[in-house]
Design a protein around this ligand. Structure first.
Ligand code: UD1
Ligand code: CA
Length: 488
Protein backbone atom coordinates (compact mmCIF):
# COMPACT_ATOMS: atom_id res chain seq x y z
CA UNK A 1 0.00 0.00 0.00
CA UNK A 2 2.64 2.50 1.08
CA UNK A 3 5.85 2.55 -0.92
CA UNK A 4 7.78 2.50 2.36
CA UNK A 5 6.83 -0.74 3.97
CA UNK A 6 7.54 -0.71 7.71
CA UNK A 7 9.98 -3.19 9.19
CA UNK A 8 7.34 -4.12 11.75
CA UNK A 9 3.93 -3.25 13.10
CA UNK A 10 3.50 -3.95 16.80
CA UNK A 11 -0.08 -4.32 18.03
CA UNK A 12 -0.43 -4.01 21.81
CA UNK A 13 -3.06 -6.36 23.16
CA UNK A 14 -1.83 -7.59 26.53
CA UNK A 15 -4.15 -5.56 28.76
CA UNK A 16 -6.95 -7.17 30.73
CA UNK A 17 -9.90 -4.98 29.87
CA UNK A 18 -11.48 -5.25 33.32
CA UNK A 19 -14.19 -2.73 32.49
CA UNK A 20 -15.72 -5.12 30.00
CA UNK A 21 -16.64 -7.30 33.01
CA UNK A 22 -16.36 -10.35 30.84
CA UNK A 23 -14.87 -13.83 30.82
CA UNK A 24 -13.95 -13.15 27.20
CA UNK A 25 -10.67 -11.24 26.74
CA UNK A 26 -11.38 -7.67 25.62
CA UNK A 27 -9.72 -7.94 22.21
CA UNK A 28 -11.84 -11.00 21.39
CA UNK A 29 -15.11 -9.07 21.63
CA UNK A 30 -16.64 -8.51 18.21
CA UNK A 31 -17.93 -5.66 16.11
CA UNK A 32 -19.08 -6.08 12.53
CA UNK A 33 -18.40 -9.81 12.66
CA UNK A 34 -14.71 -9.57 13.53
CA UNK A 35 -12.93 -9.44 16.86
CA UNK A 36 -11.33 -6.16 17.90
CA UNK A 37 -7.87 -7.65 17.43
CA UNK A 38 -8.79 -9.02 14.01
CA UNK A 39 -9.75 -5.48 12.94
CA UNK A 40 -6.45 -4.21 14.34
CA UNK A 41 -4.26 -6.78 12.58
CA UNK A 42 -6.18 -6.35 9.32
CA UNK A 43 -5.41 -2.61 9.28
CA UNK A 44 -1.78 -3.36 10.21
CA UNK A 45 -1.46 -6.00 7.48
CA UNK A 46 -2.44 -3.42 4.84
CA UNK A 47 0.96 -1.80 5.42
CA UNK A 48 2.59 -5.09 4.38
CA UNK A 49 5.17 -4.99 7.18
CA UNK A 50 8.04 -7.44 7.27
CA UNK A 51 6.86 -8.45 10.75
CA UNK A 52 3.42 -8.19 12.29
CA UNK A 53 3.74 -8.70 16.03
CA UNK A 54 0.87 -8.85 18.49
CA UNK A 55 1.82 -8.44 22.15
CA UNK A 56 -0.37 -10.73 24.25
CA UNK A 57 -0.66 -11.13 28.00
CA UNK A 58 -4.01 -11.59 29.69
CA UNK A 59 -5.86 -14.71 28.46
CA UNK A 60 -3.07 -15.11 25.94
CA UNK A 61 -3.89 -18.73 25.06
CA UNK A 62 -7.28 -17.70 23.74
CA UNK A 63 -5.91 -14.67 21.90
CA UNK A 64 -3.06 -16.67 20.36
CA UNK A 65 -5.43 -19.42 19.20
CA UNK A 66 -7.74 -16.85 17.63
CA UNK A 67 -4.88 -15.07 15.85
CA UNK A 68 -3.65 -18.37 14.44
CA UNK A 69 -7.05 -18.67 12.79
CA UNK A 70 -7.64 -15.15 11.50
CA UNK A 71 -4.10 -13.85 11.00
CA UNK A 72 -1.71 -16.77 10.57
CA UNK A 73 1.07 -14.43 9.43
CA UNK A 74 1.06 -12.51 12.71
CA UNK A 75 3.52 -13.59 15.37
CA UNK A 76 2.83 -13.13 19.05
CA UNK A 77 5.12 -11.84 21.76
CA UNK A 78 4.29 -12.50 25.38
CA UNK A 79 4.17 -9.75 27.98
CA UNK A 80 3.53 -11.83 31.08
CA UNK A 81 3.05 -8.83 33.36
CA UNK A 82 1.58 -5.54 32.18
CA UNK A 83 4.28 -3.13 33.25
CA UNK A 84 3.29 -0.44 30.77
CA UNK A 85 3.06 0.31 27.06
CA UNK A 86 6.84 0.86 26.82
CA UNK A 87 7.46 -2.53 28.41
CA UNK A 88 4.99 -4.10 25.96
CA UNK A 89 6.99 -2.78 23.00
CA UNK A 90 10.22 -3.97 24.66
CA UNK A 91 8.70 -7.46 24.80
CA UNK A 92 7.82 -7.26 21.09
CA UNK A 93 11.32 -6.19 20.06
CA UNK A 94 12.95 -8.83 22.27
CA UNK A 95 11.15 -11.38 20.12
CA UNK A 96 12.36 -9.69 16.92
CA UNK A 97 16.13 -9.96 17.05
CA UNK A 98 16.43 -9.74 13.28
CA UNK A 99 14.82 -6.30 12.96
CA UNK A 100 17.79 -4.17 11.88
CA UNK A 101 19.14 -1.70 14.38
CA UNK A 102 19.65 0.86 11.68
CA UNK A 103 16.94 2.35 9.55
CA UNK A 104 13.49 1.01 9.06
CA UNK A 105 10.23 2.06 10.62
CA UNK A 106 8.25 0.41 13.37
CA UNK A 107 4.57 1.24 13.74
CA UNK A 108 2.83 0.74 17.09
CA UNK A 109 -0.95 0.41 17.37
CA UNK A 110 -3.46 -1.06 19.84
CA UNK A 111 -5.56 -4.20 19.58
CA UNK A 112 -8.70 -2.49 20.86
CA UNK A 113 -9.06 0.28 18.24
CA UNK A 114 -11.31 -1.33 15.61
CA UNK A 115 -12.01 1.66 13.35
CA UNK A 116 -8.37 2.40 12.61
CA UNK A 117 -7.83 1.78 8.91
CA UNK A 118 -4.85 0.96 6.74
CA UNK A 119 -5.40 4.33 5.03
CA UNK A 120 -4.94 6.28 8.25
CA UNK A 121 -1.83 4.24 9.06
CA UNK A 122 -0.28 4.79 5.64
CA UNK A 123 -1.00 8.54 5.92
CA UNK A 124 0.98 8.45 9.16
CA UNK A 125 3.84 6.61 7.43
CA UNK A 126 3.84 9.08 4.55
CA UNK A 127 4.22 12.08 6.90
CA UNK A 128 6.84 10.20 8.90
CA UNK A 129 8.93 9.66 5.75
CA UNK A 130 8.32 13.12 4.22
CA UNK A 131 9.32 14.96 7.40
CA UNK A 132 12.21 12.61 8.20
CA UNK A 133 10.94 12.21 11.75
CA UNK A 134 12.30 10.02 14.48
CA UNK A 135 8.76 9.69 15.86
CA UNK A 136 5.46 10.60 14.26
CA UNK A 137 2.40 10.38 16.47
CA UNK A 138 -1.21 10.13 15.49
CA UNK A 139 -3.09 12.68 17.58
CA UNK A 140 -6.65 13.90 17.91
CA UNK A 141 -8.26 17.11 19.11
CA UNK A 142 -11.01 16.13 21.53
CA UNK A 143 -13.76 18.17 23.17
CA UNK A 144 -13.24 16.03 26.25
CA UNK A 145 -9.61 14.88 26.41
CA UNK A 146 -9.88 13.32 29.88
CA UNK A 147 -8.12 10.01 30.34
CA UNK A 148 -5.73 10.48 27.45
CA UNK A 149 -2.11 11.53 27.37
CA UNK A 150 -1.80 15.20 26.34
CA UNK A 151 0.51 16.33 23.54
CA UNK A 152 2.83 19.08 24.73
CA UNK A 153 4.24 21.53 22.21
CA UNK A 154 7.08 24.05 22.37
CA UNK A 155 7.29 27.71 21.34
CA UNK A 156 7.44 26.82 17.65
CA UNK A 157 4.53 24.42 17.96
CA UNK A 158 6.94 21.49 17.85
CA UNK A 159 6.01 18.38 19.83
CA UNK A 160 8.12 18.15 22.97
CA UNK A 161 6.53 15.42 25.06
CA UNK A 162 3.42 13.49 26.00
CA UNK A 163 2.20 13.76 29.56
CA UNK A 164 -0.24 11.24 31.01
CA UNK A 165 -3.49 12.42 32.59
CA UNK A 166 -2.32 11.21 36.01
CA UNK A 167 1.00 13.05 35.76
CA UNK A 168 -0.27 16.29 34.24
CA UNK A 169 -0.45 19.75 35.76
CA UNK A 170 -3.70 21.71 35.64
CA UNK A 171 -2.32 23.71 32.75
CA UNK A 172 -1.37 20.55 30.83
CA UNK A 173 -4.79 19.04 31.49
CA UNK A 174 -6.33 21.92 29.58
CA UNK A 175 -4.61 20.74 26.37
CA UNK A 176 -7.16 19.24 23.99
CA UNK A 177 -4.72 17.49 21.67
CA UNK A 178 -4.33 13.89 22.80
CA UNK A 179 -2.01 11.02 22.00
CA UNK A 180 -3.93 8.28 20.22
CA UNK A 181 -1.34 5.66 21.06
CA UNK A 182 -0.55 5.04 17.40
CA UNK A 183 2.95 5.96 16.25
CA UNK A 184 5.58 5.48 13.58
CA UNK A 185 9.08 5.20 15.02
CA UNK A 186 12.48 5.18 13.49
CA UNK A 187 13.78 1.83 14.72
CA UNK A 188 16.95 3.26 16.24
CA UNK A 189 15.14 6.07 18.02
CA UNK A 190 12.66 3.54 19.39
CA UNK A 191 15.37 1.18 20.66
CA UNK A 192 17.34 4.08 22.20
CA UNK A 193 14.24 5.47 23.86
CA UNK A 194 13.10 2.09 25.19
CA UNK A 195 16.55 1.53 26.72
CA UNK A 196 16.20 4.74 28.71
CA UNK A 197 12.67 4.26 30.09
CA UNK A 198 12.08 4.37 33.81
CA UNK A 199 9.11 3.99 36.13
CA UNK A 200 9.47 7.42 37.68
CA UNK A 201 5.82 8.40 37.19
CA UNK A 202 2.53 8.30 39.07
CA UNK A 203 1.63 4.82 37.80
CA UNK A 204 5.08 3.27 38.20
CA UNK A 205 4.90 2.03 34.60
CA UNK A 206 7.28 2.03 31.66
CA UNK A 207 5.62 4.59 29.40
CA UNK A 208 6.07 4.24 25.65
CA UNK A 209 5.21 7.94 25.49
CA UNK A 210 8.52 8.80 27.16
CA UNK A 211 10.28 7.75 23.95
CA UNK A 212 8.94 11.03 22.51
CA UNK A 213 10.73 13.20 25.10
CA UNK A 214 13.91 11.12 24.71
CA UNK A 215 13.93 11.64 20.96
CA UNK A 216 13.39 15.39 21.41
CA UNK A 217 16.19 15.45 24.02
CA UNK A 218 18.49 13.69 21.57
CA UNK A 219 17.82 16.47 19.10
CA UNK A 220 15.68 14.38 16.84
CA UNK A 221 12.53 15.51 15.06
CA UNK A 222 9.09 14.49 16.37
CA UNK A 223 6.00 15.13 14.29
CA UNK A 224 2.29 14.65 14.72
CA UNK A 225 -0.58 13.90 12.38
CA UNK A 226 -3.95 14.93 13.76
CA UNK A 227 -6.85 12.79 12.63
CA UNK A 228 -10.09 14.51 11.67
CA UNK A 229 -12.02 11.28 12.16
CA UNK A 230 -11.68 10.67 15.90
CA UNK A 231 -13.50 7.32 15.69
CA UNK A 232 -10.42 5.99 13.91
CA UNK A 233 -8.31 6.24 17.07
CA UNK A 234 -10.91 5.48 19.71
CA UNK A 235 -10.38 2.40 21.84
CA UNK A 236 -12.96 0.15 23.43
CA UNK A 237 -12.89 -0.01 27.20
CA UNK A 238 -16.41 -1.09 28.15
CA UNK A 239 -19.53 -2.51 26.57
CA UNK A 240 -21.11 0.90 26.11
CA UNK A 241 -18.19 1.94 23.90
CA UNK A 242 -18.28 -1.45 22.18
CA UNK A 243 -21.91 -0.90 21.18
CA UNK A 244 -21.24 2.67 20.03
CA UNK A 245 -18.29 1.45 17.96
CA UNK A 246 -20.37 -1.31 16.44
CA UNK A 247 -23.09 1.16 15.48
CA UNK A 248 -20.56 3.53 13.90
CA UNK A 249 -18.78 0.74 12.03
CA UNK A 250 -22.14 -0.49 10.78
CA UNK A 251 -23.18 3.01 9.74
CA UNK A 252 -20.02 3.24 7.64
CA UNK A 253 -20.41 -0.24 6.16
CA UNK A 254 -24.05 0.33 5.21
CA UNK A 255 -23.27 3.75 3.77
CA UNK A 256 -20.53 2.24 1.59
CA UNK A 257 -22.96 -0.34 0.24
CA UNK A 258 -25.56 2.32 -0.49
CA UNK A 259 -22.93 4.27 -2.45
CA UNK A 260 -22.19 1.05 -4.33
CA UNK A 261 -25.84 0.72 -5.39
CA UNK A 262 -27.55 -1.23 -2.62
CA UNK A 263 -30.99 0.01 -1.51
CA UNK A 264 -31.15 0.11 2.28
CA UNK A 265 -34.62 1.09 3.42
CA UNK A 266 -33.71 1.65 7.08
CA UNK A 267 -29.96 1.92 7.69
CA UNK A 268 -30.42 2.08 11.46
CA UNK A 269 -32.00 -1.37 11.66
CA UNK A 270 -29.83 -2.99 9.00
CA UNK A 271 -26.67 -4.65 10.34
CA UNK A 272 -24.04 -5.79 7.89
CA UNK A 273 -20.81 -7.53 8.89
CA UNK A 274 -17.63 -6.26 7.26
CA UNK A 275 -17.03 -9.47 5.32
CA UNK A 276 -20.51 -9.51 3.73
CA UNK A 277 -20.65 -8.89 -0.04
CA UNK A 278 -23.59 -7.20 -1.78
CA UNK A 279 -24.26 -6.42 -5.42
CA UNK A 280 -25.96 -3.37 -6.94
CA UNK A 281 -29.78 -3.27 -6.79
CA UNK A 282 -29.98 -5.54 -3.81
CA UNK A 283 -32.82 -4.31 -1.57
CA UNK A 284 -32.41 -4.63 2.18
CA UNK A 285 -35.69 -4.13 4.01
CA UNK A 286 -35.75 -3.07 7.70
CA UNK A 287 -34.51 -5.23 10.53
CA UNK A 288 -32.15 -7.30 8.46
CA UNK A 289 -28.91 -8.76 9.83
CA UNK A 290 -26.33 -10.04 7.37
CA UNK A 291 -23.44 -11.84 9.00
CA UNK A 292 -20.27 -13.71 8.28
CA UNK A 293 -19.51 -14.43 4.64
CA UNK A 294 -23.06 -13.76 3.40
CA UNK A 295 -23.23 -12.74 -0.27
CA UNK A 296 -26.36 -11.29 -1.87
CA UNK A 297 -26.52 -11.05 -5.65
CA UNK A 298 -28.06 -8.28 -7.72
CA UNK A 299 -31.80 -7.67 -7.66
CA UNK A 300 -32.41 -9.84 -4.61
CA UNK A 301 -34.60 -8.55 -1.77
CA UNK A 302 -33.83 -9.49 1.81
CA UNK A 303 -36.15 -8.59 4.68
CA UNK A 304 -37.94 -7.30 6.53
CA UNK A 305 -36.84 -9.32 9.56
CA UNK A 306 -34.10 -11.60 8.31
CA UNK A 307 -30.96 -13.06 9.85
CA UNK A 308 -28.66 -14.50 7.21
CA UNK A 309 -25.37 -16.02 8.35
CA UNK A 310 -22.80 -17.33 5.84
CA UNK A 311 -25.60 -17.49 3.27
CA UNK A 312 -25.45 -17.08 -0.50
CA UNK A 313 -28.44 -15.45 -2.17
CA UNK A 314 -28.80 -15.61 -5.95
CA UNK A 315 -29.91 -12.79 -8.24
CA UNK A 316 -33.56 -11.81 -7.98
CA UNK A 317 -34.31 -14.02 -4.99
CA UNK A 318 -36.78 -12.85 -2.33
CA UNK A 319 -36.30 -13.65 1.32
CA UNK A 320 -38.75 -12.53 3.97
CA UNK A 321 -38.80 -13.15 7.75
CA UNK A 322 -36.16 -15.85 7.54
CA UNK A 323 -33.31 -17.23 9.61
CA UNK A 324 -30.57 -18.86 7.58
CA UNK A 325 -27.23 -20.41 8.45
CA UNK A 326 -24.92 -21.63 5.72
CA UNK A 327 -27.58 -21.98 3.04
CA UNK A 328 -27.53 -21.22 -0.67
CA UNK A 329 -30.62 -19.65 -2.23
CA UNK A 330 -30.76 -19.86 -6.01
CA UNK A 331 -31.67 -17.19 -8.56
CA UNK A 332 -35.30 -16.00 -8.31
CA UNK A 333 -36.01 -18.39 -5.46
CA UNK A 334 -38.48 -17.30 -2.77
CA UNK A 335 -38.10 -17.95 0.93
CA UNK A 336 -40.40 -17.13 3.82
CA UNK A 337 -42.10 -15.90 5.81
CA UNK A 338 -41.03 -17.70 9.01
CA UNK A 339 -38.58 -20.03 7.32
CA UNK A 340 -35.51 -21.65 8.85
CA UNK A 341 -32.68 -22.63 6.50
CA UNK A 342 -29.93 -24.66 8.10
CA UNK A 343 -26.44 -25.56 6.91
CA UNK A 344 -26.11 -27.52 3.70
CA UNK A 345 -29.40 -26.34 2.29
CA UNK A 346 -29.45 -25.36 -1.37
CA UNK A 347 -32.47 -24.01 -3.20
CA UNK A 348 -32.33 -24.15 -7.00
CA UNK A 349 -33.42 -21.52 -9.48
CA UNK A 350 -36.99 -20.39 -8.85
CA UNK A 351 -37.43 -22.84 -5.97
CA UNK A 352 -39.67 -22.00 -3.03
CA UNK A 353 -39.42 -22.58 0.71
CA UNK A 354 -42.57 -21.12 2.23
CA UNK A 355 -44.07 -20.36 5.63
CA UNK A 356 -43.04 -22.39 8.65
CA UNK A 357 -40.68 -24.56 6.65
CA UNK A 358 -37.36 -25.84 8.04
CA UNK A 359 -34.68 -27.27 5.77
CA UNK A 360 -31.40 -28.91 6.73
CA UNK A 361 -28.92 -30.53 4.32
CA UNK A 362 -31.64 -30.29 1.72
CA UNK A 363 -31.03 -29.88 -1.97
CA UNK A 364 -34.18 -28.48 -3.54
CA UNK A 365 -34.12 -28.58 -7.36
CA UNK A 366 -34.97 -25.81 -9.81
CA UNK A 367 -38.62 -24.79 -9.57
CA UNK A 368 -39.35 -27.26 -6.78
CA UNK A 369 -41.71 -26.08 -4.05
CA UNK A 370 -41.91 -26.71 -0.33
CA UNK A 371 -44.62 -24.16 0.39
CA UNK A 372 -46.02 -24.78 3.89
CA UNK A 373 -45.32 -26.19 7.36
CA UNK A 374 -42.71 -28.77 6.44
CA UNK A 375 -39.45 -30.24 7.75
CA UNK A 376 -36.96 -31.40 5.16
CA UNK A 377 -33.78 -32.94 6.57
CA UNK A 378 -31.06 -34.78 4.62
CA UNK A 379 -32.88 -34.90 1.30
CA UNK A 380 -32.61 -34.31 -2.39
CA UNK A 381 -35.74 -32.98 -4.04
CA UNK A 382 -35.77 -33.05 -7.84
CA UNK A 383 -36.70 -30.14 -10.06
CA UNK A 384 -40.36 -29.18 -10.26
CA UNK A 385 -41.38 -31.45 -7.38
CA UNK A 386 -44.10 -30.29 -5.00
CA UNK A 387 -44.03 -31.13 -1.32
CA UNK A 388 -47.49 -30.77 0.24
CA UNK A 389 -48.30 -28.87 3.40
CA UNK A 390 -47.23 -30.50 6.62
CA UNK A 391 -44.87 -33.07 5.11
CA UNK A 392 -42.16 -34.39 7.41
CA UNK A 393 -38.94 -35.93 6.17
CA UNK A 394 -38.25 -38.27 9.09
CA UNK A 395 -34.48 -38.43 8.74
CA UNK A 396 -33.48 -39.61 12.20
CA UNK A 397 -34.10 -43.07 13.62
CA UNK A 398 -32.75 -42.20 17.04
CA UNK A 399 -29.26 -43.40 16.15
CA UNK A 400 -28.33 -42.21 12.67
CA UNK A 401 -29.49 -39.73 10.03
CA UNK A 402 -30.68 -41.09 6.69
CA UNK A 403 -31.21 -39.62 3.26
CA UNK A 404 -34.44 -39.23 1.28
CA UNK A 405 -34.62 -38.83 -2.46
CA UNK A 406 -37.64 -37.26 -4.13
CA UNK A 407 -37.54 -37.39 -7.93
CA UNK A 408 -38.22 -34.61 -10.42
CA UNK A 409 -41.85 -33.50 -10.83
CA UNK A 410 -43.08 -35.85 -8.17
CA UNK A 411 -45.96 -34.79 -5.93
CA UNK A 412 -46.03 -35.53 -2.22
CA UNK A 413 -49.53 -35.10 -0.73
CA UNK A 414 -50.10 -33.05 2.41
CA UNK A 415 -49.34 -34.41 5.84
CA UNK A 416 -47.12 -37.22 4.62
CA UNK A 417 -44.20 -38.67 6.53
CA UNK A 418 -41.32 -39.90 4.41
CA UNK A 419 -39.33 -42.25 6.64
CA UNK A 420 -35.68 -42.24 5.54
CA UNK A 421 -33.94 -43.88 3.88
CA UNK A 422 -36.59 -43.88 1.19
CA UNK A 423 -36.95 -42.93 -2.43
CA UNK A 424 -39.87 -41.38 -4.30
CA UNK A 425 -39.23 -41.81 -8.02
CA UNK A 426 -39.49 -39.09 -10.66
CA UNK A 427 -43.09 -38.36 -11.60
CA UNK A 428 -44.45 -40.38 -8.66
CA UNK A 429 -47.32 -39.35 -6.37
CA UNK A 430 -47.77 -39.90 -2.67
CA UNK A 431 -51.33 -39.78 -1.36
CA UNK A 432 -52.03 -37.23 1.37
CA UNK A 433 -51.57 -38.50 4.87
CA UNK A 434 -49.26 -41.35 3.89
CA UNK A 435 -46.44 -42.69 6.03
CA UNK A 436 -44.01 -43.86 3.38
CA UNK A 437 -41.47 -46.47 4.45
CA UNK A 438 -40.66 -48.13 1.12
CA UNK A 439 -39.82 -46.81 -2.31
CA UNK A 440 -42.49 -45.43 -4.66
CA UNK A 441 -41.36 -46.04 -8.25
CA UNK A 442 -41.59 -43.55 -11.11
CA UNK A 443 -45.19 -42.93 -12.15
CA UNK A 444 -46.73 -44.87 -9.23
CA UNK A 445 -49.16 -43.54 -6.64
CA UNK A 446 -48.11 -44.56 -3.17
CA UNK A 447 -50.93 -44.77 -0.64
CA UNK A 448 -49.92 -45.66 2.89
CA UNK A 449 -52.67 -44.78 5.33
CA UNK A 450 -55.60 -46.31 7.18
CA UNK A 451 -58.69 -46.89 5.00
CA UNK A 452 -61.61 -44.65 5.89
CA UNK A 453 -64.87 -46.21 7.20
CA UNK A 454 -67.96 -44.22 8.24
CA UNK A 455 -70.26 -45.53 10.98
CA UNK A 456 -73.83 -44.41 10.29
CA UNK A 457 -75.93 -43.06 13.22
CA UNK A 458 -72.97 -43.00 15.62
CA UNK A 459 -73.55 -39.40 16.80
CA UNK A 460 -77.25 -39.93 17.43
CA UNK A 461 -76.45 -43.02 19.52
CA UNK A 462 -73.33 -41.96 21.39
CA UNK A 463 -73.68 -38.15 21.55
CA UNK A 464 -77.40 -37.74 21.91
CA UNK A 465 -78.48 -34.29 23.12
CA UNK A 466 -75.31 -32.49 21.97
CA UNK A 467 -75.30 -29.59 19.46
CA UNK A 468 -73.56 -31.99 17.07
CA UNK A 469 -76.45 -34.45 17.28
CA UNK A 470 -78.94 -31.60 16.73
CA UNK A 471 -77.00 -30.30 13.70
CA UNK A 472 -76.81 -33.81 12.23
CA UNK A 473 -80.56 -34.24 12.75
CA UNK A 474 -81.34 -30.93 11.01
CA UNK A 475 -79.06 -31.86 8.10
CA UNK A 476 -80.78 -35.24 7.76
CA UNK A 477 -84.23 -33.60 7.80
CA UNK A 478 -83.20 -31.05 5.14
CA UNK A 479 -81.84 -33.82 2.96
CA UNK A 480 -85.09 -35.75 3.26
CA UNK A 481 -87.12 -32.66 2.30
CA UNK A 482 -84.90 -32.09 -0.76
CA UNK A 483 -85.38 -35.71 -1.68
CA UNK A 484 -89.20 -35.49 -1.39
CA UNK A 485 -89.28 -32.26 -3.44
CA UNK A 486 -87.23 -33.73 -6.27
CA UNK A 487 -89.31 -36.92 -6.28
CA UNK A 488 -92.65 -35.16 -5.60
C1 UD1 B 1 -2.00 5.12 26.52
C2 UD1 B 1 -0.98 6.24 26.38
C3 UD1 B 1 -1.73 7.58 26.33
C4 UD1 B 1 -2.74 7.58 25.20
C5 UD1 B 1 -3.66 6.38 25.35
C6 UD1 B 1 -4.56 6.27 24.15
C7 UD1 B 1 1.02 5.48 27.50
C8 UD1 B 1 1.86 5.57 28.72
N1 UD1 B 1 -0.07 6.21 27.49
O1 UD1 B 1 -2.71 5.30 27.73
O2 UD1 B 1 -0.82 8.65 26.14
O3 UD1 B 1 -3.48 8.77 25.23
O4 UD1 B 1 -2.91 5.18 25.44
O5 UD1 B 1 -5.50 5.27 24.37
O6 UD1 B 1 1.36 4.77 26.57
N2 UD1 B 1 -1.03 -2.49 26.92
C9 UD1 B 1 -0.22 -3.59 26.91
N3 UD1 B 1 0.65 -3.79 27.93
C10 UD1 B 1 0.75 -2.92 28.95
C11 UD1 B 1 -0.07 -1.77 28.96
C12 UD1 B 1 -0.95 -1.58 27.92
O7 UD1 B 1 -0.29 -4.42 26.00
O8 UD1 B 1 1.58 -3.17 29.85
C13 UD1 B 1 -1.96 -2.28 25.83
C14 UD1 B 1 -3.40 -2.35 26.28
O9 UD1 B 1 -3.91 -3.67 26.11
C15 UD1 B 1 -4.10 -1.39 25.34
C16 UD1 B 1 -3.02 -0.37 25.03
O10 UD1 B 1 -1.79 -0.99 25.34
O11 UD1 B 1 -4.48 -1.98 24.14
C17 UD1 B 1 -3.19 0.91 25.78
O12 UD1 B 1 -3.21 0.65 27.15
P1 UD1 B 1 -4.08 1.56 28.11
O13 UD1 B 1 -3.77 1.15 29.49
O14 UD1 B 1 -5.48 1.58 27.67
O15 UD1 B 1 -3.51 3.00 27.77
P2 UD1 B 1 -2.95 4.08 28.74
O16 UD1 B 1 -1.64 3.62 29.26
O17 UD1 B 1 -4.00 4.48 29.67
CA1 CA C 1 -7.08 3.02 27.00
Amino acid sequence: MSPDRPAAVVVLAAGEGTRMRSAIPKVLHRVGGRTLVHHAVSAAAELEPDHLVVVVGHSRDQVVAHLAEVAPKAVTAVQAQQLGTGHAVQCALADLPDVPDLGGTIVVTYGDVPLLTGDVLSGLLDTHAEQGNAVTMLTAHLGDPSGYGRVLRGPHDEVTAVVEQKDATAEQLAVREVNSGVYAFDTTALRDGLDRLDTDNSQGELYLTDVVAHAVGAGRRVGAVAVTDTWAVEGVNDRVQLAAMHRELNRRTVEEWMRAGVAVVDPASTWVDVDVRLEPDVVLEPNTLLRGSTHVATGATVGPNCLLVDTRVGPGAEILNTTSYGAEVGPDATVGPYTYLRPGTRLGKGAKAGGFVELKQADVGDGAKVPHLTYVGDATIGEGANIGAGTIFANYDGVAKHHTEVGAHSFVGSDSVLVAPVEIGPGAYVAAGSTVTSAVSPGELGVARGKQRNIAGWVARRRAGTPAAAAAERAAAAMQQDDERSHG
